[in-house]
Design a protein around this ligand. Structure first.
Ligand SMILES: *Cc1c(COP(=O)(O)O)cnc(C)c1O
Length: 461
């Protein structure tokens, strides 16, 4: 320890800590307001070691140098997922209000897990969750929590579903099955299989029809065959690879008929329900026992946030509330404690950036920004149809467009994709469908334009 190191050095209000806060907020302001966000690209571990190692020392390198290292070396080695040409996986595109408010959430040291500690933040998060539940047609009394991402949202919902099934068996004096089963389509997100692995349950995939969608009949067949072993049926409200929306009403009706929990995974696509013309595609969401949608995808919030909503939140409390002497003062009350609704305890009030942006702008601009993605996907699909060297793999339903360059192998796609990123033009990685390599545009940012997309298509000639 050097002579100047005192325990309060890092926490006290001093010239040094003031300038650190100023420098960090200045950088945050610069980054939030870049006129042209750089796309950037990854660096090799060797290059990063050469350029960026040695920052952790006994006496520190100082805020100025640490920020410079971040701004000049580390940040450029991270892709900007909000770049309009970032079209892979599912992009992010936080509103300026939402991303700025994320800084406030950090500055406020709010514990978002309990009402006792975070009442104001929890209230605001619940305003957003109740608004979303209303948009999805879920009944009064629905409620939930913002969790880290769709993976944890799906896991938490399925844990609640199994707990409810176990309770039902116990109440009826029935034995639990040897293996619990969850039913979904082969197009369901990988996080369902991941949740099943964590829970040590099995996934049964029900066949999709020729339209790629899961319908009630194939779900009913699986339910008839496996009976009481099935604890949940999952419909996908917008698959990740294609944006396909299952026949939610039909699948939901089949689940209800068999008395099985009905979960809708709308991590990416459910946001489209905010667009009036898209609502019919999602009919049946109102039947769900649980739904998820990721605000960090198509609701323009920063990482990381998944809205998990239950039809009967009390069922989640039974499944998730942690019991311990040191928690008794929290759990012994009728308070709304977000921790108790999912696999988590300590939680950031990660719904606040979305709350602030919604409060600032109102809901209408959200509808317009989401509609932009749907419209742009339809326009670029038309353009792809017109081009001889390209063909659409299927008509886009939401804002994902999947297509092929005739005659190209995976190696051709990979080389093209690397070149596109190297030139800082766009980030489009190949995907695959039925064993065939394909290209895929996932459109989220309202700043992504038709011209930008046709510019990319021009490089495929
Ligand atoms: C992205 C996605 C998930 C997983 O969400 P994360 O936030 O990445 O954990 C689950 N389901 C679907 C349909 C998705 O698109």
């Amino acid at each position: 320890m050097t002579a100047t190191s005192v325990p309060t050095q890092m926490h006290a209000i001093s010239t040094e800590t003031r300038s650190t806060v100023d420098d960090v907020l200045d950088y945050a302001r610069r980054r939030a307001l870049y006129e042209d966000v750089p796309l950037d690209k990854p660096m090799t571990p060797r290059d990063l070691s050469r350029l960026a190692s040695g920052s952790i020392t006994a006496d520190g390198i100082g805020a100025r140098r640490a920020i410079a290292l971040f701004e000049n070396v580390l940040a450029p080695a991270c892709l900007s997922t909000d770049h309009p040409g970032y079209l892979s996986f599912i992009p992010s595109a936080p509103t300026k209000a939402a991303l700025a408010f994320d800084v406030v959430v950090s500055a406020s040291a709010i514990y978002g897990g309990s009402w006792m500690e975070g009442a104001g933040a929890v209230f605001a998060e619940n305003e957003v969750l109740h608004w979303l539940a209303g948009e999805f047609g879920m009944p009064q009394g629905s409620g939930g929590v913002f969790v880290q991402g769709g993976t944890i949202g799906n896991l938490s919902a399925l844990v609640t579903a199994r707990d409810a099934a176990r309770r039902r068996n116990r109440d009826a004096g029935r034995a639990d099955p040897g293996r619990w089963l969850v039913v979904c389509s082969a197009e369901a997100h990988s996080s369902i299989a991941s949740a099943a692995a964590v829970m040590d349950v099995d996934v049964v995939t029900a066949d999709v029809d020729a339209d790629g969608r899961l319908h009630g009949a194939s779900v009913s067949r699986v339910l008839d065959e496996h009976g009481d072993a099935v604890f949940a049926v999952v419909a996908t409200g917008g698959t990740t690879n294609f944006g396909i929306v299952d026949d939610i009403a039909d699948v939901g009706a089949a689940a209800k008929e068999h008395g099985v929990w009905f979960h809708v995974d709308g991590a990416y696509g459910l946001a489209a329900m905010l667009v009036e013309s898209m609502r019919p595609a999602f009919a049946g969401v109102e039947l769900a026992d649980s739904v998820i949608v990721d605000p960090h995808k198509w609701l323009f919030a920063p990482f990381d946030a998944c809205a998990l909503i239950y039809r009967e939140p009390s069922l989640a409390l039974s499944a998730h509330t942690q019991q311990a002497e040191y928690l008794d003062t929290l759990t012994g009350k009728p308070d709304w404690n977000p921790s108790d609704l999912a696999v988590q305890l300590t939680r950031r009030a990660r719904g606040l950036p979305l709350w602030f942006s919604l409060a600032t702008h109102g809901t209408e601009p959200y509808r317009a920004a989401i509609a932009h993605g749907v419209d742009l996907a339809a326009r670029i699909a038309d353009e792809i149809r017109e081009r001889d060297e390209l063909s659409l793999v299927r008509d886009p339903q939401l804002s994902v467009v999947v297509f092929r360059r005739e005659g190209w192998t995976l190696a051709d796609y990979d080389a093209w994709s690397s070149r596109l990123l190297e030139e800082q033009h766009a980030f489009v990685v190949p995907s695959s469908h039925a064993g065939e390599p394909v290209l895929r545009f996932a459109i989220v940012s309202p700043l992504t334009t038709f011209e930008l997309l046709t510019g990319i298509l021009d490089t495929l000639r």
